[in-house]
Design a protein around this ligand. Structure first.
Ligand SMILES: Nc1ncnc2c1ncn2[C@@H]1O[C@H](COP(=O)(O)OP(=O)(O)OP(=O)(O)O)[C@@H](O)[C@H]1O
Length: 432
């Protein structure tokens, strides 16, 4: 049983952690939870006219590795059926995904699915107390985010598009987000609940994730900083979510904006990947290996090959994930303009240190330098190096990243336990 301050708890060992493996929310068990109907041609997503409109006849991103998807993603936990939001207090989401009619007005799923609901402007106004500033939880490129409470007590995040975005571009962005969100469902993705187009309002309703962004936690804005075990869990959660997107049944979905401020944490410090505003369908035409598109994403996380060629593949997400891994282990932002010129581009600096055999310099000063941490650090940097390869062919798949991270986490836990044992026996013998 981990002691307070174990790497399995939150916070530095010295400051006392609060989370243990046994704290895992049982609802997390199926780490790879696909809506059973999501891949079914007769599913709600398929009946969604927006989803149908963008459905392509195309090549599947077929798993190429030996193990089955369920096997790969069971992660040692019992696989199960539909899950609710891990660690969030949103109540149950089961069966509550809303459908859109061809006119963009909700048609309730309540006739066919128990628990299905219908959003109206009145409901949204009530849920957010008329968009009360006291319920504002954030502001992003899309607009303002409010915390809302539906009549049944479910907490939701209401994303209200800024008025300046009611142009054609905004329409495209909005439709893109809706189309993508409506189709995907995974424990480590922020769940889409519905949307509303009413007069000049464009509103998305998504699962409320209560514990802030990963970036805030790396900045220690919520109390203790995340310890290394929690960071490894986050990395694995993100890898699962993005693998799910890349292996999505009909076509790969490329997130395009993987970054620490798009990763939200639950009360149990598990990660949910948010913000599909930039997501685009991946390559879908037979023989297609990439899609050409406008450059989108966030500085510091952008794949240089995508910047050069405008060709987007899943490997652009892998690159961004490599940047995220460096951020997780160093605590630094991808770009740190105030630092010495050699340290401004964090991934470049970290890779140089790693190649020079000086990886320890990269470890976040908020993390204790234990043998277990040092080993995990080196392995994480090695994986980052692969993800950050200049050419996409040399980068691993996101699925491979998840597998490597499992093994890093396993080794970390084992070594940490033996560190703990030897420290305990040293303390004992010094007391004797
Ligand atoms: N589902 C959610 N649950 C709880 N808080 C959320 C949720 N979605 C967003 N937020 C909060 O609102 C903030 C803004 O989110 P939003 O997705 O609009 O923009 P962003 O990702 O921060 O920026 P950008 O749009 O430039 O990518 C987030 O940083 C987070 O604090």
């Amino acid at each position: 049983m981990p002691t307070p301050g174990s790497p399995f708890g939150r916070g530095n060992p010295s400051s006392g952690g609060s989370r243990t493996p046994n704290d895992r929310d049982p609802s997390r068990s199926p780490l790879y939870s696909v809506n059973p109907s999501a891949d079914d041609k007769s599913s709600s997503a398929s009946r969604n006219p927006f989803a149908v409109a963008v459905r392509f006849v195309g090549a599947c991103f077929a798993p190429t590795m030996g193990r089955s998807t369920n096997e790969i993603f069971s992660d040692g936990f019992k696989s199960g059926s539909q899950t609710s939001a891990s660690g969030s207090n949103n109540g149950s989401f089961q069966g509550k995904v809303r459908r859109l009619s061809a006119s963009g007005i909700y048609s309730s799923s309540s006739q066919s699915e128990p628990g299905g609901m219908r959003f109206t402007m009145a409901e949204i106004n009530k849920a957010t107390k008329n968009f009360s500033p006291s319920l504002k939880v954030g502001q992003g490129g899309f607009g303002t985010v409010y915390k809302g409470k539906l009549d049944d007590g479910m907490l939701v995040a209401v994303k209200r598009a800024k008025k300046s975005m009611y142009d054609k571009q905004m329409g495209t962005e909005f439709q893109s987000e809706v189309q993508t969100l409506a189709r995907v469902e995974h424990l480590n993705l922020v769940r889409f609940l519905g949307y509303l187009e009413f007069d000049n309002e464009r509103i998305l309703v998504v699962e409320y994730v209560p514990n802030g962004t990963l970036r805030e936690h790396l900045d220690c804005l919520h109390g203790d900083c995340l310890n290394l075990a929690a960071r490894l869990d986050v990395a694995i959660d993100v890898a699962h979510a993005v693998t799910y997107l890349h292996m999505y049944a009909d076509h790969p979905i490329i997130h395009r904006d993987i970054k620490s401020s798009n990763i939200l944490l639950t009360e149990n410090f598990r990660a949910k990947v948010a913000d599909f505003g930039f997501a685009r369908l991946g390559a879908t035409e037979i023989d297609a290996t990439h899609v050409s598109t406008q450059v989108k994403g966030t500085a510091g996380y952008l794949d240089p090959e995508y910047l050069k060629t405008y060709q987007l593949t899943e490997k652009s997400d892998v690159y961004s994930f490599g940047v995220l891994l460096v951020e997780l282990i160093s605590g630094r932002r991808p770009i740190e303009p105030k630092r010495d010129v050699k340290e401004r581009l964090t991934p470049r600096w970290a890779m140089k240190k790693f190649m020079d055999g000086d990886a320890i310099q990269v470890l976040d000063p908020n993390l204790p330098q234990t043998p277990a941490a040092t080993l995990a650090l080196e392995k994480i940097l090695e994986l980052s190096l692969q993800c950050l390869a200049p050419t996409r062919q040399s980068r691993p798949s996101m699925r491979m990243c998840a597998e490597i991270l499992w093994s890093i986490r396993k080794d970390f836990r084992e070594l940490w336990s033996s560190d703990e044992l030897s420290q305990t026996s040293q303390v004992k013998s010094s007391l004797e």
